[in-house]
Design a protein around this ligand. Sequence first.
Ligand code: SAH
Length: 347
Amino acid sequence: MNLERKDIRALSKEELQLFFLNNNDKAYRGQQVYEWLWTKGAHSFDDMTNLSKATRAMLEANFVINHIKVDTMQRSEDGTVKNAVRLHDGLVVESVLIPTETRTTACVSSQVGCSLDCNFCATARLKRMRNLEPAEIYDQVLAIDKESRLYYNHPLSNIVFMGMGEPLMNYNNVLKAIEMITSPEGLGMSPKRIMVSTSGIPKMIKKLADDEVKFKLAVSLHSAIDETRARIMPFSANFPLKELRESLEYWYRKTKSKVSYEYVVWKGINDDKASIDALVKFCKYVPCKVNLIEYNPIDDGEFQQASEEAIAAYIKGLQAIGVVVKVRRSRGKDIDAACGQLANKEA
Ligand code: SAH
């Protein structure tokens, strides 16, 4: 076997067409193969039934299709589904299907593990092994779309990049995956239904704005006070809130798209008046929404969910300045599928 065979999905449509031209065939074969790979999600060259046997053998000799394999699928009592996804090199990531009354959302991973060090997140305890390829991200979405149709009788309606990893540290591949997800040759999904969540890397947020992306942006804020944020998300010491704020102002100026702040309120960490005032102030800079996420305990109790009163005080403060705020109850907790719980426990 030739170990050097390249993953065929690393090729663009033009490169595939060129490959056929260079092999004394027609460019439109490239188009056909491209459709098999992306629109139809073929897992093997033998599936490509409108190609001759010789053409399929030629592809087989030159390329591989590094598709993912759903190793285990767990279903929560609340309908949430978690897939442990095995990659071609044996590594594992997780993705989640979150159903509501009216829609289904896929929560996908962008890296194997994570290089950031958020103290409250289980994924942070896994070393970052590598970035996911565009096709590996795309395949997670396809797998969840299939499950959505199977269990909920409708296609997947939304995607959030809130699984394992920091999407903006795998920038090019995440953008390529989204390009395929939104392309008519891929899933044809509207970018408005896709949200990329970042822990807040100012330079890359500006790059998103410059690249005129059409999807939505979420920022895991958790505190609008530098010292507190650096304590719970140590890497953020390199990115002061002032820089983050400037990048978000830049984002909004260019895209006119509101930013969503993800925010967990913890006892003794950010449940005081100064923290609330700081968030309210921060929310005035850029048009935004706030999602108050319920904490999913992952450890010995260093972090604990704040009281209902503290949450209510946040809501009151934010609503007073007209910011839409939602409380997000966690889903899929019983199968470790909730925010911050993805840690390949089953792998
Ligand atoms: N690295 C990106 C993508 C991960 S999104 C980012 O940080 O945005 C995962 C979301 O879950 C983030 O908002 C993260 O802050 C939040 N989260 C992490 N651990 C959590 C936990 N234990 N309970 C609730 N939310 C958590």
